[in-house]
Design a protein around this ligand. Structure first.
Ligand code: ATP
Ligand code: MG
Length: 450
């Protein structure tokens, strides 16, 4: 209590004027209503307790650029424990980079404590990647540790002022993505910044400053040292940024796609594969722009489909039955990817669902189409089939047939069914086993697709 009082009395003033530009609302154009009430309340709560607190990073950048922020982050001089103590619904999370989640209704605000500059004691791996980062500092130090100048902006909701330490507002207006500090050193500390550069440039329509661009090609392989789970998160952000086509194009130009999806470069070099992936990405971008639902499982299913196809084909040529061959092809492709990208179990399950339903679209007689259309993953699998047809890998006629079948009433559906030309299922006959006969010979052969 006394500490709080003292803090309030001796509240440190605004940032030192020679290192920071203070920018008013008429220059930066942020309307206070555009800031989420949860973010405002978090800042107010902390400020009332005597701490400094600002909306920071991507949200400020997006608001100035006229884009609706995805989420709001707050930076403060309160330690995680002090933040925790201020808000009933909050919890400390993370180890490498400790932050506090403050919950207001459905919204969660990430609150981070100002970080100090790295020094010789900072824990790094043998490639220079920072491993732990929980040394508190002041706001100026915190700004210097952020990646790009446009991300080092601090907005105070109670005064409407933006504090800008690295000419981020100017760079945003000039449409340039500039690194704070030496880009090579910053990429070494955290190679994910290369991906962030690509993603943010595409999202905000920024040009990469030549010094940000130049080292990427030669440093791209540092991505290999990033833990798979983090890479997967970053990949999701990139693919669901609403600018996936642009991002993937840039990744290819910079040679960054090799380290990400080990097979992406192979896929993109097969004409059919490239067409399919690009159609899927274009579709995802459009859905995001229209505010429609998207699914990581579906998108990863498209990214990896051509690998599964060729693996599956090879297995069938070797005499494996189609269904077990498909299962093994799927597992092998997902395992290979898993080494680089920690695709979560749930998403891997969604991916497999979409793949496994594909051969079932070929069954257009009997009861199979009726069962398929009732399947809970039918929509996703059908969207997938449509993309396959559009890219030329599956017959357009098949996709059109399913469109007609889906629209039709029951009687029309019956009329659409194809005559059953497949091999008749052998009836299981019960026969008396002769003494000494091997029991497995009585098992009928597994059903085949096609
Ligand atoms: P978006 O929310 O649009 O994905 P963002 O820039 O807000 O982009 P976040 O991951 O939300 O990305 O990060 C919030 C802020 O934290 C950034 O704006 C930046 O200031 C800082 N930051 C994030 N990642 C890094 C990093 N790898 N290195 C340095 N600073 C980072
Ligand atoms: Mg953000």
């Amino acid at each position: 209590m006394i500490r709080k009082l003292l803090r309030r009395v001796f509240k440190r003033g605004e940032p030192t004027p020679h290192t920071v530009e203070t920018i008013g609302p008429d220059q930066h154009g942020i309307r206070s209503e555009a800031v989420s009430s949860a973010a405002r309340r978090t800042c107010e709560g902390l400020q009332q307790a005597g701490y400094r607190a600002y909306v920071v990073g991507g949200a400020v950048r997006d608001l100035i650029a006229g884009i609706e922020p995805k989420d709001f982050d707050v930076a403060t001089d309160a330690t995680p424990e002090q933040v925790r103590a201020q808000f009933r619904r909050s919890r400390v999370i993370g180890r490498r980079f400790q932050i506090v989640h403050v919950m207001f209704g459905a919204e969660t605000i990430e609150v981070s404590t100002f970080r100090a500059a790295h020094d010789a004691d900072t824990l790094k791996d043998e490639h220079g990647r920072v491993l732990r980062d929980n040394v508190w500092g002041n706001m100026e130090e915190d700004a210097a540790r952020r990646d790009f100048t446009v991300n080092a902006l601090y907005y105070d909701p109670s005064t409407g002022k933006v504090f800008d330490y690295h000419h981020g507002v100017r760079d945003l207006q000039r449409k340039t993505l500039r690194m704070i500090g030496d880009p090579r050193a910053r990429y070494r500390e955290d190679p994910v910044r290369m991906l962030r550069a690509v993603r943010l440039a595409a999202k905000l329509d920024l040009r990469l400053d030549p010094q940000v661009q130049a080292p990427i090609r030669e440093m791209a392989e540092l991505i290999d040292n990033v833990p798979a789970a983090r890479l997967f998160d970053e990949m999701l952000k990139l693919l669901f940024s609403g600018h996936a086509v642009e991002c993937v194009k840039r990744l290819r130009e910079d040679g960054l796609h090799h380290g990400l999806l080990p097979l992406l470069d192979v896929i993109l070099e097969q004409p059919l594969g490239e067409k399919f992936v690009m159609l899927a990405l274009t579709d995802t971008d459009r859905r995001i722009r229209e505010g429609k639902r998207t699914s990581p499982g579906f998108l990863f299913a498209t990214l990896l489909w051509h690998e599964v196809l060729s693996n599956w084909e090879a297995r069938k040529k070797n005499g494996q039955l189609p269904v077990p061959a498909l299962h093994e092809a799927m597992d092998e492709v997902l395992d290979t990817q898993g080494e680089k990208l920690a695709i979560t179990r749930r998403i891997a399950g969604d991916i497999k669902d979409v793949w496994l339903l594909q051969p079932r679209f070929e069954k257009r007689s009997g009861r199979m189409p009726f069962r398929l259309i009732e399947h809970q993953r039918f929509r996703a699998a059908w969207d997938f089939l449509r993309l396959r047809a559009e890219s030329g890998e599956a017959p357009q006629e098949l996709s059109d047939w399913w469109a007609a079948f889906e629209q039709a009433d029951n009687a029309e559906r019956e009329a659409l069914l194809k005559p059953d030309t497949g091999p008749k299922k052998r009836r299981r006959r019960t026969r008396v086993r002769k003494p000494g006969e091997d029991s497995t010979s009585a098992i009928p052969p597994a059903p085949t697709f096609e």
